[in-house]
Write a protein that binds this ligand. Structure first.
Ligand SMILES: *Cc1c(COP(=O)(O)O)cnc(C)c1O
Ligand SMILES: [Zn+2]
Length: 392
């Protein structure tokens, strides 16, 4: 399978290459014209779409990636300003959509005889890569910055990867690992294998709606890898003539780190890198997004938007997802709901629109939940009476 540049359309036959000579990221050139919903294997999860993936199905933990539920979150319709569906990616094996990309990436590397995979991450992607790699008996190098919270290090370390703490510019490390991959297959945030695996979320969403098509898909954006993947899937499904019009792609960032939203607002052709500020949405705090330009195109060319939301709005949306939909989301994922609330107020979306919010990661990893808890005291002696009073 060839790799191709989304921007200048240059083609490359070496799958070791991850970026184009023009600087933009590459993705796999997949012929999806023969793809159809009717002859898919019975399995759910990423391997259901093996026909459009660069790796062959496996029966190990990678089979647990994907196949996540799409739930109708009616009680959030008013706040979201649309008919809201939630794609709960928190139900992946390590709690985020990253498992889709890690599964395809590590399987590909393993089949190609690589003994090592690697990633530049101190969050969900690191956990995901380490978990998938160890399940397949492949070594995994996780490159983390020197300062990293102990709790998160523990979440990664339980899967027993080689953890390398790196001094130097962490943003630059992303690019340098892609060039220096000697024996290690680096599956970073927007590399072709990761994008290929992560596009399966959009295949699942569109299959759930077929033969209809949702009006829009909303997701958080950081490096731009996930947004690129969703866009790629929609383009492939259009090539397969399974959809006519692409759903709008709405991307949401935290206002604390919103380089892509800034470019969208100002009408700029490309994304300018910025210094990130602190945010509760730490999984989306990339100020130098390697696929920023590609994500910007995904939003623009589908008639979508890139907006940013405040820290307060993110916290409120996180609470509402739990209290109204029963979904425990990471704040980085809750930006989707906050973004919809903002887009509906701006008249960008309307109440009859069917919109899917991708909740990218579970909130179960959070060590503290930021809410005021209220309780009611009752005594065992008065139990019956108390319960009757409560359930009137
Ligand atoms: C990685 C991640 C994102 C951002 O995805 P990108 O591909 O970097 O844009 C969003 N939410 C969660 C929970 C993540 O782990
Ligand atoms: Zn190019």
């Amino acid at each position: 399978m060839d790799l191709v540049c989304h921007s200048c359309e240059s083609r490359f036959t070496s799958t070791n290459r991850k970026r184009c000579a023009c600087g933009e990221p590459l993705w796999f050139d997949i012929d999806s014209t023969q793809f159809d919903w009717t002859d898919l294997p019975r399995t759910s999860g990423v391997w259901r779409y093996a026909d459009v993936l660069p790796a062959d199905p496996a029966e190990d933990v990678t089979a647990g990636a994907g196949g996540t539920p799409l739930i109708r979150a009616e009680r959030l319709d008013e706040y979201a300003g649309c008919r809201l569906y939630v794609k709960d990616e928190g139900q992946n094996p390590t709690g985020s959509f990253k498992d889709r990309g890690s599964s395809v990436g590590v399987t590909y590397a393993d089949d190609a005889g690589r003994d090592w995979v690697g990633t530049v991450s101190h969050g969900n992607m690191a956990m995901s890569m380490a978990a998938v790699a160890t399940s397949k008996g492949v070594n995994c190098a996780v490159l983390v910055p020197v300062r990293i919270p102990e709790t998160r290090l523990g979440l990664i370390a339980q899967y027993d990867p080689e953890i390398l703490t790196v001094t130097g510019d962490y943003g630059q490390l992303y690019y340098d690992t892609l060039d220096a991959d000697g024996g290690i297959e680096f599956v970073n945030s927007d590399t072709p294998l990761r994008v290929a695996g992560q596009k399966t979320v959009a295949y699942e969403i569109l299959e759930s709606f077929a033969p209809e098509t949702p009006d829009a898909i909303v997701l958080p954006v950081s490096s731009g890898g996930h947004a690129s993947a969703v866009w790629k899937a929609l383009r492939e499904l259009r090539d397969a003539t399974l959809i006519e019009k692409l759903p709008r792609i709405h991307l949401v960032q935290t206002a604390a780190v919103d380089p892509i939203a800034q470019a969208f607002r100002t009408g700029a052709d490309s994304v300018e890198f910025i210094d990130p500020s602190d945010t509760v949405a730490f999984s989306i705090s990339n100020g130098s997004p390697p696929s920023g330009n590609r994500a910007l195109r995904a939003a623009r060319e589908t008639n979508g938007t890139v907006t940013s939301v405040s820290e307060e709005a993110i916290k409120e949306a996180t609470r509402r997802l739990a209290s109204n939909a029963g979904v425990c989301a990471e704040p980085a994922s809750a930006v989707t709901l906050a973004g919809l609330n903002k887009l509906s107020q701006a008249g960008e979306i309307t109440p009859n629109d069917e919109i899917v919010a991708i909740v990218t990661g579970t909130g179960f990893k959070e060590s503290e939940i930021d809410i005021d808890v209220s309780t009611t005291d009752i005594s065992l002696a008065n139990l019956k009476k108390s319960l009757e009073e409560i359930a009137v």
